[in-house]
Each structure stands twice: as C-alpha cells, then as structure tokens.
Write a protein that binds this ligand. Sequence first.
Ligand code: ACO
Ligand code: PYR
Length: 531
Amino acid sequence: MSRERLYLYDTSLRDGAQTTGVDFSLDDKRRIAALLDALGVDYIEGGYPGANPLDTEFFVKKPKFAHARFSAFGMIRRTGRSASNDPGVAALLDAEADAICYVAKAWDYHVRVALGTTLEDNLAGVAQSVELAVQHGRETMLDCEHFFDGYKANPAYALDVARTAYKAGARWIVLCDTNGGTLPHEVERIVGEVAKHIPHDRLGIHAHNDTENAVANSLAAVRAGARQIQGTLNGLGERCGNANLVSIIPTLLLKKDYAEAYDIGVSHQQLAALTKVSHTLDELLNRAPDRHRPYVGASAFATKAGIHASAVMKDPATYEHIVPEAVGNRRRLLVSGQAGKSNILAELERLGVALDKNDPRLARLLEDVKEKEAQFYAYEGADASFELLARRSLGTVPDYFEVERFSVNAERRHNAKGEYVTVSEAVVKLRIGEDTSISVAEGNGPINALDLALRRDLGKYQPFIEDLELVDYRVRVFQGGTDAVTRVLIEFSDGSGENWSTVGVSANIIDASFQALVDAITYKLLKAGAK
Ligand SMILES: CC(=O)SCCNC(=O)CCNC(=O)[C@H](O)C(C)(C)COP(=O)(O)OP(=O)(O)OC[C@H]1O[C@@H](n2cnc3c(N)ncnc32)[C@H](O)[C@@H]1OP(=O)(O)O
Ligand SMILES: CC(=O)C(=O)O
C-alpha cells in the first residue's frame, strides 16, 4: 500500500521568535535553519520580512538548502489598501523565498474588533493578496488565524475565508488554533468537516499548546485529513508554545498506524540526530534542556525504580516504548533510594566493573546507597560521587590525600582603593604521603575561597588538576528551621567534553560544599590514573 505524503512546516524562526525570552541573532537563524534542513523538514519559515531589520536581512539571500523550501511569513494587505500597494505585502514579494505564508483572520469577531473592517473586505484582502503572490510565482499558503474558534462561532464565515484562499490559488490552507484552547476531538471533527469543502491534501494544521494538546491536536488533524503540520523545535512559540516537531516527527515515523499510512520525508538516519538537534537548539538559546522532554530528554529512557530496572536488564522493551537509539537518545538506569541491585549492576557495568548479582559487596553497596540517600545524598545527580562510593567499597580508590583541617573566614573591609568590600579567605591543611601543605586563598565567596585553597597545592598531584573547572553549583535545604540539612551538588569539567557531578550533605553549607569539592578532586585524580 502506498503511503500518503505528509509535509512538515517548521516555524521555529517565526512563531518560535515570539517565545518569551527568545531573541535570535542572524547567525542563530542560519544555524537553526541548517539544522532543520539536515533533519529533513519540508518548509522552513525564516521569519517575517518587513517586520524588523533582522528578518528582512535574512530574506535578502536565500539560504542554500539540500531539501527544504524557504518560506516568508506576513499578513495579508491591510484594510484600506490594495494588495499591490501594501508595504507589508511588497516586503513579502521582495523576499528571496520559495513560499509565502500569509496570515488572515478567520473569526468574524476578530475581523470586526481587531481589524475594524467588514467581513467582505477581509475576504477581498485574502483573495487579492493570495492572487498577487501566486502571480509572482510563489508557492502560497494562508494561515487561517483563529480558525477553530471562528468555526465554532460562525462556521460559514470561517469556511468562506478558507475557501476564498483555495479559490485564489493557495497551495495550503492552514487551520490555526491560535489561542490554543481547542481539544483533539474538536479538531478532528472540524478538520473533517472542512475536508468536505476543500481537498484534504491542501489542508494544514497550526496548533498552540495552551491546553498541552498541540501535538495531540496536530495528530487529530492528520487523522481527519490534514497533510501539512506546522510546528517548532522543542515546542517554541507564543505563550505556551507551538506543536513540538521533536515529538511529532518520531511519533509519525515510529508509531505503526502513522508510519504505515504516511511518508514524512524524514529518514531513520535523520531521526537518529533528533536528540542532538533538540539539545543544540537549547544550547544556542542558552536554555537547560528539559530532562523530561519526550523522546529526547535525559530522563526519557531513564529508569529509577528497582523493579523496572530489573526487568529492563532482562529486556529493555519491558519499559521502553521505542528503542532510545532510534532518536539518538540512550538508556539510563539510575542509582538512588528507589534502586535495587539491578540499577547498581547496570551503573557498575557502565563503569566497566563486573560483579555477580549474588556478590555480597553488591548488597552492601546497595545498603550504603540507601542509607546515604536517607541522609539526603542524591547519587542520581552525582555520578562521580557514586563511582567513588562504589570503587571505595571494592577497595580500588587510593588515599591520594588527607584533609587535616580547613577554615573559612568572611570579612567586610576596605581594599587598597579604599572601597568597602566583602572578602572570603580559606585555609586548607593537607597531608599527602609524608608531606604536609598549608594553602591560603581569597575568593569572592567562602566556597570559591575554599575551592581555590584546596586546589592551590596538591603536591605531586597538582599537574592532574590544573584543567579542573567548576561549572555549576546547586544548593538545596531540607527540613527548614534550625536543624536544616543542606545538600550541595557541584558539576565540574576538565575540557575533555565529559562533565561530572559530586554531592555533599551536612548541616553546614560550607562543610557540604567541601565534601563535594574533595570528591571532585579525588574523582579527577582517579580518572587521570594518578598514583
Ligand atoms: C497569530 C500570529 O502569531 S500572527 C504573527 C504575529 N507576529 C507579529 O506580530 C510579530 C511581528 N509584528 C510586527 O513587527 C508588527 O506588529 C508589524 C510590523 C507587523 C505591524 O506593526 P504596526 O504597523 O505598528 O501595527 P501593530 O502591530 O500595532 O498592529 C497590527 C496592525 O495590523 C492589523 N492586522 C493584524 N492582523 C492582520 C491581518 N491578518 N490582516 C491585515 N491586517 C492585520 C491590525 O488591525 C493592526 O492595524 P491597526 O494598527 O490599523 O489597528
Ligand atoms: C499564524 C499563527 O501563528 C497562529 O494563528 O497562531
């Protein structure tokens, strides 16, 4: 049976630019467009030429794509102007793009209130603007803004807007759930009704995520006949975002009913780059990737519960809906207070340590983990501290150094320029073999001063820690009040591309931080094979 073509239209660079806190540079736009083209989407909406200098500049020269068509977005001619004498429409026609995607109101209430014009004038604007773009040889589409709310209020008028664009030559009539409040069963019904008037393979869907149904609504529209899906990478977009293509693409490629019925033009090889694409976008936007993002999040294939881990080790399919590698992700079995021997065995295996499930050292290690977790240690987020705990229980961590004492002092005083500043000073006394060293350091805070003092003189081990860099420091306080316990998680890097995290717990934040710092240095020495 031949599969029907389903087209993917990405609007990350246009609707995604309407995300709170997101500002693309021209270079960001170029890089994201290249990622999207490599991923295999059919259309890349580059922005809104004429709306701002950056978007206009992006359309001065068409990017070279291997596959995607480049689309320019903008509104139909304004009320009181002809399409051929409208600066907004002119900017779209001037743009170096393969396609033009207009937006027009499809809700009578919006036409009256937001545009302040008549229903007939709005229809005339749609017809004139679409005809002009078609005459200019552009693949033309119409985003029917507020289509679903409009259809519920006045179905005849919403349908008239869609039909007018179709008759004027638009290749795609895209039904938009602009306010994001429509539910999947409504989308399926309404798209089905529209498909009785306009060929279904000319219909598209543009869904917002305000009820967290944007992906479900897009799939519902496809079931009812729509053949273009608009969405964004990582669900960027106005308010709560758009339909997330990072979830839609694997669903269409890997879930049987969709995979058998539709060809989305993305290969399984391209799909295997999905996790990387999603994380690269986060990196460009300086956002921490969402661990719980379906398919591509770090937790998407992470198993914490011991009962689950035991089954996953027998056969991963017991708790995984797809193979993680299909989307470029990986399986993780986490070590925590919820773990059983299976979680620990899996983590040891990853570290290259082979133990038998009946080895008494394994049961002891599991007990240690549970006991420590009950004291608020968290090994799930502190891989290096877990490795040290495990290797220590097997007796394979050398005693590199011993901390004899440390102290930290915070002082408010005048500096050499006479300014009043707060300075922290730390002293650390270490024993390394037969030698003793005392280091003093000043820092911009007590933890910084301790970190510097601890790393100032590690004797023969000093060369191994020169490239160590603290990249993240997180504190959580448990049991509020005077008997509170503080947990510190610190992330380090050494430029090798592999970061590691350590944990410390104490009633005293400085002590908790010091434990985590000592673990980080010990881990680095172990990793470097220091003797
Ligand atoms: C649903 C969506 O996401 S649509 C995309 C929304 N994206 C953006 O708005 C981002 C880019 N926008 C912009 O840079 C600016 O809004 C511009 C350049 C487009 C327009 O700026 P301005 O001319 O200052 O107008 P402003 O933004 O204040 O108001 C929008 C105008 O467009 C009109 N308008 C809105 N939608 C349409 C439409 N589909 N067709 C025709 N006119 C429209 C409004 O009636 C309003 O006109 P008015 O000023 O006569 O009342
Ligand atoms: C066009 C668009 O972004 C919307 O209607 O939501």
